[in-house]
Design a protein around this ligand. Structure first.
Ligand SMILES: [Zn+2]
Ligand SMILES: [Zn+2]
Length: 401
């Protein structure tokens, strides 16, 4: 602490004024306050200011005002020149400076208390909100088989230490949890997660850490779905449990779940229909002016799904589209009805022709732009346990039931 003549406080202990007389110090302060430019002052006191600003040498001066905390007289420093900053303020007794980030013990204590009060208020509001919104839980058996598969995949991808779900933790996302999968929350998976959140199947963990976000921001976050906001839990209980089950128990339950053959048929339909329809749609866009209707596909897809693998179905669809395209050009028509009828007839013929000799048909690959969605890869590989990628076929899993 450097106080001179009971009236000057030097924050900078290297100030050249420390060793000057009271008179010299006052003279210098007047000079600084005067019209004299920094250049004038510097040249008068050369070489003192070569490595330091003039202002840093000026001391605080004792005033007659008293510190609000300790009642000691406070010291003030004249404002910096050409600067809108207020005059500086300092209590040599308790270190209070009166500015926003004052480090004196009273100010620090006051700020901590404010933070604590905000935190408590936040927690109270949050608990109320939580109570109102997330009190009921789902019995796992009330969810559809597709929901369960999605949840199994979501746990696989986003569970952290079997404790909670996190949709943003980089380390988790970067880990190659599922081969060839797109690990950003994109497309169907993101939509599904949002839908689960809307249905309150995926819910925020109760003990969230209130941080700089205010409660209002948090609510906004829930509506606009800011994945970074919190960690998440599943609001589900396994049979015989009264309260929601831990992620660990749910994960165990789902991983050992045996799907019935009916459920497998349903899942197979989910994947098969999606892939075949996307394939037909993409070819139809290219060759048939995008005129194939969904319901045309629905008329024959049931007859293909049980017996033809995906790769053989692609074969049938490809040739049928080709034939329709050729026919359209040859007889110069563009009537969607005619196009759909021709296409459907070709498919039905191909089914008839090939159903007893499927093994002779050539396998077609899915075009690379039509990679199965992450959930479909999961259903094929993990639930139906079909290993041969190109020839995904119901026959591959049928026998195990
Ligand atoms: Zn004080
Ligand atoms: Zn203070």
């Amino acid at each position: 602490m450097c106080v001179k003549y009971d009236t000057f406080y030097f924050k900078d202990a290297k100030s050249f004024l420390i060793d000057q007389s009271e008179e010299e110090i006052l003279k210098f302060i007047e000079l600084y306050k005067s019209e004299a430019s920094a250049w004038d002052i510097s040249s008068q006191y050369y070489p003192i200011f070569i490595n330091s600003s003039i202002y840093s040498h000026i001391p605080y001066q004792c005033t007659t005002s008293k510190c609000e905390y300790c009642n000691a007289y406070i010291f003030k420093k004249i404002p910096r020149k050409n600067n809108r900053k207020m005059e500086l303020f300092y209590c040599i007794n308790c270190n209070h400076t009166n500015d926003k980030n004052c480090k004196c013990s009273r100010c620090v204590e006051k700020r901590n208390q404010d933070v604590l009060l905000n935190k408590l208020a936040f927690i109270e509001k949050w608990n109320k909100y939580y109570e109102q919104n997330y009190s009921g839980s789902y019995d796992i058996n009330s969810l559809s088989v597709l929901d369960l598969v999605y949840l199994q995949l979501i746990i696989r991808l986003y569970a952290v230490n079997d404790e909670y779900l996190s949709f943003y933790k980089k380390s988790k996302l970067e880990k190659n949890v599922y081969p060839s999968g797109n690990l950003n929350i994109e497309g169907d998976l993101k939509e599904k997660i949002l839908a689960f959140i809307a249905r309150k199947i995926i819910i925020p963990v109760k003990n969230i850490k209130p941080n700089t976000e205010t409660f209002e921001d948090f609510k906004k976050g829930l509506e606009t779905m800011n994945f970074e906001l919190t960690d998440w839990n599943l609001n589900i209980r396994i049979p015989d449990a009264n309260e929601i089950s831990s992620l660990k128990n749910l994960s165990f339950y789902l991983n050992q779940k045996k799907y019935t053959s009916l459920e497998c048929d349903f899942l197979w339909k989910e994947v098969y229909d999606y892939l075949i329809k996307s394939y037909i749609k993409s070819l139809s866009e290219m060759y048939l002016d995008d005129k194939i209707f969904d319901f045309t596909i629905d008329l024959f897809i049931d007859d293909l799904r049980d017996d033809f693998s995906i790769s053989k179905t692609l074969n049938i669809c490809y040739y049928s589209i080709n034939s329709t395209h050729f026919n359209m050009n040859k007889y110069k028509y563009s009537d969607p009805k005619k196009i759909n009828t021709h296409f459907r007839n070709r498919v039905v013929e191909a089914i008839e022709k090939n159903k007893n000799q499927i093994h002779l048909m050539k396998d077609f690959n899915l075009p690379s732009i039509l990679k199965p969605l992450l959930i479909h890869q999961f259903i094929l590989g993990e639930v139906l346990k079909i290993k041969e990628e190109i020839t995904y076929s119901k026959l591959n899993f049928k026998d195990s039931f």
